[in-house]
Design a protein around this ligand. Sequence first.
Ligand code: AMP
Ligand code: MG
Length: 318
Amino acid sequence: MKQNISLVDPEEEVVKAIRHLSDEDVKMALSVQATLRHSLSSSLRNRGFLEIPPVMVSPLTDPLNHPVSDPRISCYGGEMWLTKSMIFHKQIAVQKLGRIYIMSPNIRLETSDKAETGRHLYEFTQVDVEALEWTRDQSMDLAENLIIEAVRAVREENRKEMEAFGRDISDFRKGFRRISYLDASREYGDEFEKSLSADAKEPVWLVDIPLQAREFYDREREDTPGILMDMDLIWPEGFQEGLSGGEREYDYGRILERIGKKGQNPETFKWFLAAAKQGMKGSSGFGIGVERFTRYLCGLKHAGMATAFPKIPGRISL
Ligand code: AMP
Ligand code: MG
């Protein structure tokens, strides 16, 4: 679907936006999301993580591993990108700040065939976390704690909303099940994420994702070249991916090599390469999508119900 902004009727769109904001389910989902944001934030602060402000525009952003059209803005005679994720800024900032997180708004112009997946927005927020010299296991342990604490907070503070949504999510126990990407694809076939999620009653970790299926910045396993030290968290009941993360590559030479393996142009990442040239230590972290987390907790049909001004792929809206 191609939409020309001059053909979109603002009056119609504003009426739609007001109708959305008047929807009782949207109001309740926003209240659940407010609890979530607060809980994630205080769980991180309690563990010594420093919140840093989001970067919205930069000459450096996430290449992603799937096609999106790239929102650029012209800036002082040059070009900058709108942030698709703060992965590189996290990696650079964590060198000096140790443990950080960002309530990070991302713009990803997802293709319009993703309008009805229920999971995709072209403007969303992730809680983006990174810790210096941490391993993947440490990140997974932290993520589990954050999720368990957030679910507990929602159960306590949003009893009324959860009841209205007919959701009874019990407290999760630490040590979520882990399955490797290769085992999952062997067991469930090509659409493994969907089936894995549909079968699950609790969140599941998908680990060890092959190099070609992810971006160049996640670290390759030393014992199994071609497999990355990364992970996705899959929400149960068919809600699918809710978090991605991993250990990061930090060595200048290996970063160049990985950019090459992906067939990407090092020129695109010259700001990151310049940082790596200064010398970087390893780090690990993840990003949790807050609209998807809210969607899962409330059992919503679409993540757009978990935000005030939803941006559905392919549609121009307020
Ligand atoms: P990524 O590292 O690209 O997997 O992004 C981190 C997290 O952000 C994902 O696990 C999702 O929870 C969330 N996310 C990514 N893309 C979108 C999108 N288009 N709409 C809503 N949430 C998203
Ligand atoms: Mg992901």
